[in-house]
Design a protein around this ligand. Sequence first.
Ligand code: ADP
Ligand code: ZN
Ligand code: ZN
Length: 723
Amino acid sequence: MTVIRVALPVPLRQHFDYLLPENSSVTVGCRVQVPFGQRQLIGIVWQIDPDSPFEHCQLKAVSHILEDAPVISGTLRLLLSFAAEYYHHPLGEVLTAALPALLREGRQLRDYALTGYRLTAAGEAAQSSDFKRSAKQLALWQTLQTSPLAEDTLLQQHHRSTLKQLIDKGMVVAETLERQPYAYQGLAQTPLQLTVDQAIAVSAVQQAYGKFQPFLLEGVTGSGKTEVYLQCIAPLLARGEQVLLLLPEIGLTPQTLQRFVQRFNVPVLAWHSNLSDGERLSCWLQAASGSAAIVIGTRSALFLPFRQLSLIIIDEEHDLSLKQQDGFRYHARDLAIKRGSLEGCPVLLGSATPSLESLYNCQQKRYVHLELQHRATGQSLPPFELIDLKQQQLQFGLADSSIKQIRGQLARGKQVMLFLNRRGFAPALSCQDCGWLTECKRCSTFTTYHKHSRQLLCHHCGASRPIPRQCGSCGSARLAPVGQGTEQLEEHLQQLFADTPVTRLDRDSTRRKGALGELLKDINQAGPRLILGTQMLAKGHHFPFVTLVVIVDVDGALYSADFRAPEQLAQLLTQVAGRAGRGNDKGKVLLQTQHPEHALLQDIIQNGYAAFARSALLERQQTTLPPYQHLALFRAEALQSDLCQQWLQQVAELCQAYNGLQRLGPLLSPLERKAGKYRWQLHLYSQNRPLLHHALGHILPEITRWPLSRKVKWQLDVDALDL
Ligand code: ADP
Ligand code: ZN
Ligand code: ZN
């Protein structure tokens, strides 16, 4: 009897061994159905004949073998095993991130085979004179004479009704087709003449084809990083190979896809969280068969089963959304580097504001550093002007001199962008008589007043409630909004600049499917316009007519306790500023602040991101913070605060046994209470990564056995980014 080890989608850190029925065989990477408690689960064969601690009589038998060719290839299995070990996360849950839902549910692959059409014997014997009365039928018949065609390809050029007519005549018949690797037909668009810096970058990456090598492309906003990506990709497509491009969620717009589709005559697929299960599986199958040439996707596209992956590109590599923030907390950039090493292919990270981690890796010579210091169009980067709010009259949060400059640009027919990182109408409602503020009942935070949807909304737990008529403390009816969010700024801008169209880009205005695309289309039309929005404005979009950017309020971010706050603020300011002056006109950035003398603002403005980042890195070294230390974080949450504290205290005590492991905490999390639960954390630091991992590997099984571990909700976050 053969024992097999199966990876099952359950949140348990242990192995699951089963017996293989007599006379049957399996391959590693195939799906099997197995009994698990009272249920039947679908899992993946991970190992055959493992060193099992169990007697045969203790093991249950596999119920069903779903296929004989692996659904998860060897490279991908290695990547998932690595991820489970590195993030100390149950393998089964890692697998859940990698396998489309339909496959996890046990659907048969053959049900998703490709339908194609070919001529029958009668069809082959036909003459063109047989189609005298239908030019459409003739055209379809002629198309099929060369070779059978897949349904979707066929229907791009012919009507379904025509197809049906030929089937009814007995000339065409449906059949199951093998998915074929895509065929390259040359460029669809002439590439741009590269600048010298771009050419150096492209040639460096091209020389690394076929071997593992990470690159960091540090290129100022508008320096033509996308053109570098395009030209790095081209020769690989000519060889029939595949490319993966990872983007932050919000960067994945129809416009981005279009740039790739317009350049290459190949299938470019999008992968993101709005796909249906069917669309996901289809993308997965096309990656596996090689019929997708380029996949452009968010985070989890990293786990697609490419047939011949030859280049991984990560745009906006500094973006925090590349790290999953719950459950299996992986960093897509870091796992992409691992995947590159397993596939033996180059990995290209791009950003105008690279993470300190990646700059550090360049210093350590792990990544090759490529730089684009100038804008491709020859435009200079927009200068900053600090607007001291203490010395100015304000109208609706805008200084007089800001308003004057906005008017000036609008009068010239230009667009102005206003950045305010707070959605909703106002961060809270307040009582005019006693100062009471609307708070979330379940979180230690205020609730945002949303005027359009007429509710108070907690941005942390999502709870909403109707707007109160009276103060919750003194009963007064005099409630008024405090502070300004994007909804309110939009109203004010409409008042101040009555004839100018205003476009608001934030999570609320883009919620509807397709809405973001429509708003971006408006923005890409010439003519005076005010564009206002949150973070969303910062991410990679190309706004050709914006000449002035106004950063309405940054002061909230200047005094944060998180050691990463300065880096994140510098990235945000630089990215937002980078939207200005990308067309033919020079741009400018106004930064409104109560603290114009603040050292961080001065540093960013006078020296630029590149210089800021290098001095920030030096500071991290002097204070031995990441990337000079490795960080793992235990989080605990429960209805009772002291349970969390007690649990983390026990963890901290276990850690004492390891020299070279520093502890910080247990501490209350910055948001102390969320959705009714108290939150605490314990930071573990070490300069020695293997030691940290060794310690985690030993303490986790111990922790799992504690009765207290069932009373708190806890998780481990390796390389945590949000503290
Ligand atoms: P980034 O991704 O670095 O912000 P983009 O790739 O979007 O920059 O390029 C910014 C602008 O510069 C685009 O309009 C692009 O067409 C143009 N551009 C890029 N490379 C070149 C080049 N070599 N010559 C002329 N224009 C270029
Ligand atoms: Zn009151
Ligand atoms: Zn809440």
